[in-house]
Design a protein around this ligand. Structure first.
Ligand SMILES: Nc1ncnc2c1ncn2[C@@H]1O[C@H](COP(=O)(O)OP(=O)(O)O)[C@@H](O)[C@H]1O
Ligand SMILES: [Mg+2]
Length: 300
């Protein structure tokens, strides 16, 4: 089977996750293939969609893959660019190729507003969260809450995530957000038992393991210096992680859960996940599990 790895050409580097996937694909007797999202062509005629790939300077070639992992859409600088990359992945799906995670689920799960509102609607535990483009509404929310965590909606690795308790200091920042056309994502600050949070990795409806990550301060991102270690998950945590993955329509995900005074709370969902910390802490070969699941689904 030819298994695509969808990512941008513009920032190509073989990070360890991609190297792990390459290795797993080859060791299971399959062939990995880079699919550069910024080198794709979509051609359509009545009743037919073809996706091509410009690999050399000659002619675009047919993608020639059986299925693909959606890893990264690149650094987006323009709304139309975002649209064209998104819907090119949709075209790969429309041309009959299994994409994992599927585009719509990937899009929702990587967006903190879309994912948390979907989880909340389905009755899953999430911290009280408020999102707006209106700085006066955000100010009002600050007055109602004692302490708030403010985050980029599509951020990761803890970058740009900060705490605020003074509504007027926050208002000052909100006015800059407004000038930059940035929405404001405000979430109640939750004290975490053990001072860190859990990540449960779910693949194909099964929780394959969990890690606990504890940082030097209140943030638990490995990218911010947090140390991951293997964790035991109880039935409730497992159930929450599996249900969250299912509700978002994901084939695999990392579900981040905090253990708070009010019980477990989902902080975010990750439809791409980097598993280096998890691999070290749990000795579980995530790439291998992912490829096995992909092949099984592609053969169905
Ligand atoms: N509501 C919250 N209360 C307490 N800590 C939080 C809250 N939200 C996030 N954090 C901490 O901040 C870190 C980064 O936030 P997160 O929502 O995971 O964003 P990112 O996508 O940047 O990782 C998390 O690992 C978590 O420990
Ligand atoms: Mg996080």
């Amino acid at each position: 089977m030819k298994i695509g790895l969808i990512r941008p050409y513009e920032i190509e580097y073989n990070n360890q996750d991609i190297i792990d996937l390459d290795k797993a694909i080859k060791s299971l007797g399959h062939v990995p293939k880079r699919v550069y999202i910024d080198k794709i062509g979509v051609s359509m005629d009545r009743g037919r969609i073809d996706v091509t790939h410009m690999v050399s300077k000659n002619r675009p070639q047919s993608l020639g893959i059986d299925c693909a992992f959606l890893r990264h859409l690149g650094i987006i600088k323009d709304y139309e660019q975002f649209g064209s990359r998104l819907w090119s992945v949709r075209a790969i799906e429309q041309s009959g190729t299994l994409v994992m995670n599927n585009l719509m689920s990937w899009l929702m799960a990587s967006d903190k507003l879309a994912s948390l509102s979907t989880l909340a609607k389905e009755g899953l535990p999430v911290p009280h969260t408020f999102v707006t483009e209106d700085m006066f509404s955000a100010y009002r929310e600050m007055k109602d809450e004692k302490e708030v965590v403010i985050k980029p909606i599509r951020g990761s690795m803890g970058f740009g995530v900060f705490r605020a308790s003074d509504p007027d200091v926050a208002m000052h920042i909100f006015s800059y957000f407004t000038n930059l056309s940035k929405p404001m994502y405000l979430q109640r600050y939750m004290e975490k038992k053990g001072g860190g949070d859990y990540r449960v990795i779910v693949i194909g409806g099964r929780a394959i393991g969990a890690e606990f990550r504890k940082g030097k301060d209140w943030k638990s991102n490995v990218a911010q210096g947090a140390i991951p270690r293997k964790a035991r998950m109880d039935d409730e945590m497992e159930e929450i992680a599996i249900k969250a993955t299912e509700v978002l329509g994901l084939e695999y995900a990392g579900i981040d859960i905090a253990d708070t005074r009010e019980g477990y709370m989902i902080l975010e969902t990750n439809p791409t996940i980097s598993w280096q910390g998890f691999k070290k802490a749990t000795k579980i070969n995530v790439a291998m599990r992912l490829v096995e699941h992909m092949v099984k689904r592609a053969r169905e």
